[in-house]
Unconditional design. Structure first.
Ligand code: NAD
Length: 301
């Protein structure tokens, strides 16, 4: 494990000791990790740091699991252009929740036409409350310097939508609001998009003291599917049929990070990166375009 911050290295040391692990090296930076001769690396780093590290690791010939978003902007993602096709193919992106079985179930419902077509989708994504914790305040205000919540949360949501509807969305309209003075970017932002077979209303919100619910709904002539944004419990109500609930075990984060780790093990064994770097860049492009449209005509547009 490597981190340039002595405070973070101390935390890692404490956690490893608590887990009874005395077989993990705690290093200062990626160069030291590469020098140790590893087969792959997981980059759980801020997005403004990730592209350089991912490029260095891929150029060293090892597999990379890089956290989303792939970069804070499309311009920053240009950093990946130096990689050849083989090196790009060794980078998996941490779009963790695309691995959830609830999305597989939804994809089947949409593909089979059970919910009808076209569909209206509403995705309300709220996280990171302004809870007065100074460390969390610092993380969120720093992250907002590198883009509004759509850059960070849109990475997931636009990836889900593309995988559910089989193609990328076109942005029709966008808006943004800054509810607290002094923030580097709007903390509430949203838009309307057209996907193949769906009109999609998205809203992303961070950093209000009380957050609205986090939920995605899919409604059409066949019925309604409701995906709880926290648990990914799925409720399906089809016309004339009994309501069905799908709950998956264990909890959402554990099952998705476990599935992501299995995919990474496949990549290490020579398999395909899924989600790929191109998937991560595609989600970033939609996120940034929405942010640009939302902020192009004044602070509230
Ligand atoms: N997939 C998901 O569901 C999910 C969930 C949470 C966070 N994330 C992503 O994970 C990333 C990290 O988020 P976080 O909340 O843990 O941030 P964080 O700021 O708490 O942690 C980032 C760590 O990276 C370290 N770091 C910075 N530069 C480094 C370098 N050059 N080499 C090695 N380490 C370095 C920092 O010291 C820090 O310890 C972000 O990109 C975030 O978007 C993804």
């Amino acid at each position: 494990m490597a981190d340039p911050s002595p405070e973070r290295r101390a935390v890692i040391g404490t956690e490893l000791a608590r887990a009874g692990r005395d077989d993990v090296a705690i290093l200062d930076d990626l160069e030291a990790v590469l020098a140790a001769g590893v087969d792959g690396v997981v980059l759980a780093t801020p997005p403004w740091v990730t592209p350089d590290l991912a490029v260095r690791a891929a150029q060293a010939g090892i597999a990379v699991l890089a956290e989303k978003p792939v970069a804070p902007s499309i311009e920053d993602a240009d950093r990946y252009r130096v990689l050849d096709a083989d090196q790009r193919a060794r980078i998996q992106i941490g779009l963790t929740y695309r691995h959830d079985p609830a999305l597989d179930k939804l994809r089947t419902l949409i593909k089979d036409g059970a919910l009808g077509r076209p569909l209206l989708v509403r995705a309300s994504i709220y996280d990171e409350p302004a809870d007065g914790d100074p460390a969390h305040d610092r993380l969120i205000t720093e992250t907002l310097k590198h883009g509004s919540p759509v850059i960070h949360e849109g990475a997931h949501v636009f990836d889900w939508l593309t995988s559910l509807f089989g193609g990328p969305g076109e942005i029709d309209d966008a808006w943004a609001l800054t509810t607290r003075p002094g923030l580097a970017a709007p903390n509430l932002i949203g838009g309307r998009l057209t996907y193949p077979g769906a009109t999609v209303l998205v809203e992303f919100g961070w950093y209000t003291p009380i957050l609205p619910g986090c939920v995605l709904i899919f409604v059409g002539d066949g019925g309604l599917a409701t995906l709880d944004g926290g648990s990914f419990g799925l409720t399906v109500e089809l016309a004339g049929r009994p309501l069905q609930r799908y709950e998956f075990q264990p909890d959402r984060a554990t099952r998705c990070f476990d599935r992501q780790a299995v995919r990474f093990a496949d990549l290490l064994a020579g398999g395909r990166a899924e989600p790929s770097l191109d998937d991560g860049i595609a989600a970033l492009i939609t996120s940034q375009r929405l942010q640009q449209l939302a902020t192009s005509a004044g602070t509230n547009r």
